[in-house]
Design a protein around this ligand. Structure first.
Ligand code: PMP
Length: 411
């Protein structure tokens, strides 16, 4: 760097290192047809066959032949990039059809596709106070960084309520005049804690105190509900939620995010959210792949059944062996370690010696002292893979002096 700014950057990275937050990305080659098997390029030197246990491609849709074909044929027809923002030449048949499909999935009038789930949260929440002056946003304390960022961008009054705590939410709702605009922002499946929000009760409070409801279903769409419409569909609550947000990047195996709502709400977001307006739309082929994936997952409930069966099976084995995992109602299985150094070291040992890839989840993704390995078993994890995982865990757990026989309490 020519100018004398080096030390700022070095110091910033040093702070991250000191806090134990410095991240080294594992260099993985996914190979279509083999997932969750993959190849790890160890330090750029040699290669090792691994089983991926921490992917958010929860159902393996990212390698499904008919999705790959949909993407390929759209590239052949439409080329690569979309060539513009949605307003300036970047709206194609694929975008339009995808939004229709997503709106139908969530039984809403309309949907809007944005660059990612992150951007969907940030752009939508970020514009809410412009749409509703005087807005107060009520946000669950464990909401994802993208929601927090959106709420900060909104620069309106915010009230953070304790995680899934209805009494705290109600007390906070009560403190704001009934006629003042309010929005409750929360998630359905919390992906680090593997728990689910009391959606119906939150909707009851929203009705009582005149608040809009905004739910992030990123870790649920495609995987919960009769057609993959998320926990809101599963619990018959779709019409009680005003804005449903989701991603195309996890169960649907693509990239992109969206919101679905009444057409007047979508029209306002479309017209005012900078994170939607001032950026190039997703490639037509991505929209085509996502469209196919949403359609396929609507019609294949067996994939959802398999996902939950695999998760239940892993949980049963961990329970039997007495591991301290979060025994929650979701497909995500966090195994608690409670120490950042051990968490990293266990993850290293698992991949290096046993070819088992589970990324350590440390601060700031989770609070200090709650470090964990987060397993995401899916339909493509076989019993044999699970056997290998259990053997490896037993060895490593003992080696690191960790105890079993305790199921982690709900966090
Ligand atoms: N919301 C939640 C709850 C998430 O966990 C994530 C990403 N892990 C996002 C939003 C962002 O979604 P995307 O990866 O599609 O940007």
């Amino acid at each position: 760097m020519a100018k004398n700014y080096h030390s700022y950057f070095e110091n910033a990275v040093a702070r991250v290192r000191d806090e134990g937050r410095y991240r080294i990305f594992r260099d993985i080659r996914r190979s279509k047809g083999n997932f969750p098997k993959a190849t790890w390029f160890r330090d750029g030197l040699d290669e090792k066959e691994i089983t991926v246990w921490c992917s958010n491609d929860y159902l393996g849709m990212g390698q499904m032949e008919c999705i790959v074909e949909a993407v390929k044929s759209a590239v052949d027809r439409a080329g690569t990039g979309s060539g513009g923002t949605r307003n300036i030449s970047g709206t194609t048949r694929y975008h339009v059809q995808l939004e229709k499909e997503l709106a139908t999935l969530h039984k809403k009038d309309a949907a809007l596709v944005l660059t990612s789930g992150y951007v969907a949260n940030e752009a939508t929440l970020g514009v809410m106070s412009k749409i509703m002056p005087g807005l107060v946003i009520f946000s669950d304390e464990k909401n994802h960084a993208s929601m927090i960022s959106g709420i900060q961008r909104a620069r309106c009054e915010k009230k953070i309520f304790a995680h899934n705590d209805l009494a705290d939410l109600e007390a906070k709702l009560k403190s704001v005049p009934l006629e003042q605009p309010k929005l409750i922002a929360f998630e359905s499946v919390y992906s680090m804690d593997a728990d689910i929000a009391p959606i119906e009760e939150i909707c009851d409070l929203a009705d009582k105190y005149n608040a809009l409801t905004y739910i992030d279903e990123v870790h649920a769409v495609g995987m919960y509900g009769k057609q993959g419409g998320g926990v809101t569909e599963e619990r018959g609550l779709t019409d009680r939620i005003d804005i449903i947000q989701g991603t195309l990047a996890k169960a649907y195996g693509m990239i992109g995010g969206y919101v679905a709502a009444d057409s007047v709400i979508i029209d306002a977001i479309r017209s005012m959210a900078s994170g939607f307006i001032f950026t190039t739309s997703i490639p037509p082929s991505t929209a085509a792949g996502a469209l196919r994936s949403v359609k396929v997952l609507k019609m294949t409930p067996e994939k959802r059944t398999q996902l939950h069966e695999r998760a239940d099976s892993l949980k049963a084995r961990l329970r039997e062996a007495g591991y301290p995992f979060v025994d929650g109602p979701t497909h995500i299985v966090p195994l608690m370690v409670g120490d950042p150094v051990k968490c990293q070291a266990i993850s290293d040992r698992l991949i290096e010696d046993f070819g088992i890839y589970a990324q350590p989840i440390n601060y700031p993704t989770v609070p200090r002292g709650e470090e964990r390995l987060r397993f995401t078993p899916g339909p493509l994890h076989t019993d044999a893979m699970m056997d290998e995982l259990m053997v490896a865990l037993e060895i490593v757990w003992e080696e690191f002096g960790l105890t079993t026989s305790k199921v982690a309490q709900a966090l």
